[in-house]
Design a protein around this ligand. Structure first.
Ligand code: ZN
Length: 503
């Protein structure tokens, strides 16, 4: 196979253009979600929909299909360790995904979700599921149609999941989440009944915004988020976005009466940011330089936020710095602080949940959306199915749909099949971390000294630099030598919280 192939070169050029347009769109999105004035919305949506149609046209250019076929006939696409082959294989995957959906269908879905989004906002505000119900019915219908365009073997939900976690099958996710749920439900029960509760009020009080910002910058720079190639800005719904090879933006929302939100929120986004900053620059905008999946992206944020950021050794190093910024907690001991950042409490809202009960929120959403896709439950039964599960799994009674089945925006966007990626991310993270500790020696003593560089480098070598070389399940097996399992996460959570709650 010749090193430089003219078909490959042409594809490279076409995809560089698509990536450049995509990154221009990202700049506009970042601006829209941070500093754009309210009245600029109309013009901004003209800009972004123009860009979106340009990008769609380029992605579905039949020339790409022809060039890929030519390369495949020449034998490209099979060698996992050759970056050019990886690019060809993944370009094929992307091209097929875009080309399989008829233009008419994409336009119809966009119209539907725009209206569904408005209806969802109103339904949530008025706590009235009936307003959203007809839209959700149409969304489920169209998602079944979409699954048929993509193709599926066992159940339509497979085609949904595959868009976010390539290669991952529903059956496997079912086993993982079922095992995880089986160990977490009794653990949560024991935690709730323990007389040994942490004091959650330690993180409440007055924490000035600018002091939070300075503290958080110090911590995130300390764990390896590079501010010379990244920023930290304010927003209402925090996110991380990559704008280019040396340009990553993370965002947060500061609450002056609660330190925990921004503190762990930014460590989370910095985890995403560190993944962006350490993928290959040489392959920027090409599959070899892209993230492996949504779940793998989430593994990086959850690893830093929870497994590292809520670790005792982490706070042995950082807690004196927190006390330096906030003298009101100078008499709170390290152990009390550590326990308070690890408080577990069943609650209604997913995004405010702790690392243990969080997965129950995901399991509930997953069970319902999967059953909607197979037709085992109907859209009109969603509130009842939802509330029943919160009672059974978390022991709490949902007072209204606004903080029940209407809390998340995802379904109104048509994002079905996305939720499992959140839990998969934590599963990947726990299994990776188990392996990292074996290879790096005593990571806790490194954390105690404020040395996070060995772990960061380990992640770069084992995860970041591979881009989309491996499918997520292959990547985890490549790193750890075994398939993804619920055991490492279940063991980590059980061990840790038994200690904290004296169970
Ligand atoms: Zn995240």
């Amino acid at each position: 196979m010749p090193d430089i192939n003219r078909h490959y070169e042409e594809l490279l050029k076409l995809h560089k253009e698509i990536s450049l347009l995509g990154s221009i769109d990202s700049v506009l999105q970042w601006d829209q979600r941070t500093y754009m004035p309210e009245n600029a919305t109309d013009h901004r949506s003209d800009q972004t929909s123009y860009l979106a149609s340009m990008i769609h046209e380029k992605r579905t250019d039949p020339r790409i299909g022809d060039l890929l076929t030519a390369l495949e006939e020449e034998g490209y696409g099979g060698d996992l360790m050759n970056p050019q082959d990886v690019n060809v294989r993944e370009w094929r995957r992307d091209y097929d995904l875009y080309a399989k959906l008829p233009k008419e269908f994409v336009e119809r879905l966009t119209r539907l979700t725009t209206n569904a989004n408005q209806a969802w906002l109103e339904a949530r505000r008025k706590q009235d599921y009936a307003i959203f119900k007809p839209f959700l019915e149409k969304i489920v219908e169209m998602k079944r149609e979409e699954a048929n365009y993509y193709g599926w073997e066992i159940e339509p939900y497979d085609a949904m999941v595959d868009q976010y976690e390539p290669g991952m099958k529903t059956e496997y996710i079912e086993t993982l989440l079922h095992e995880l749920g089986n160990s977490l439900v009794p653990l949560i029960q024991k935690i709730s009944e323990s007389p040994n509760q942490p004091d959650g009020t330690i993180l409440r009080g007055k924490f000035l915004k600018h002091l939070q910002r300075d503290l958080i910058r110090e911590i995130t720079a300390g764990i390896g988020y590079r501010y010379e190639s990244g920023s930290l800005d304010q927003t209402t719904h925090p996110f991380c976005i990559g704008l280019g090879p040396e340009d990553t933006r993370i965002t947060t929302k500061y609450e002056e009466d609660f330190l925990g939100g921004a503190l762990f929120g930014v460590i989370h986004e910095a985890g995403h940011g560190i993944y962006n900053q350490n993928r290959s620059k040489e392959y920027w905008g090409l599959p070899m330089g892209e993230a492996a999946s949504y779940g793998i992206h989430e593994s990086q944020s959850l690893l830093w936020e929870n497994i590292v950021g809520r670790n005792h050794a982490f706070w042995e190093y950082w807690y004196p710095t927190v006390q330096k910024y906030f003298s009101q907690i100078k008499d709170v001991s390290l152990d009390e602080f550590y326990r308070s950042v690890n408080e577990v409490k069943p609650s209604f809202i997913r995004i405010d949940a702790d690392e243990v009960t969080y997965h129950i929120h995901i399991i509930i959403r997953y069970e319902i959306e999967r059953a909607l896709m197979t037709g085992e439950i109907f859209v009109e039964d969603v509130p009842a199915e939802w509330n029943k599960r919160y009672q059974d799994y978390l022991g709490i009674k949902v007072p209204n749909d606004a903080i029940g089945c209407l809390q998340d925006i995802h379904w109104s966007w048509g994002n079905i099949g996305y939720f499992p990626s959140y839990s998969l991310g934590h599963l990947y993270a726990a299994q990776m971390f188990e392996k990292a500790r074996k290879e790096l020696g005593d990571v806790e003593s490194q954390f105690q000294k404020g040395d996070f560089e060995p772990l960061r480098q380990w992640l770069t070598k084992n995860v970041h630099e591979h881009g989309r070389r491996f499918k997520p399940d292959q990547l985890i097996e490549f790193i750890t030598g075994r398939p993804l399992s619920a055991d490492p996460l279940a063991a980590y959570l059980t061990r840790k919280y038994e200690g904290i709650y004296g169970l």
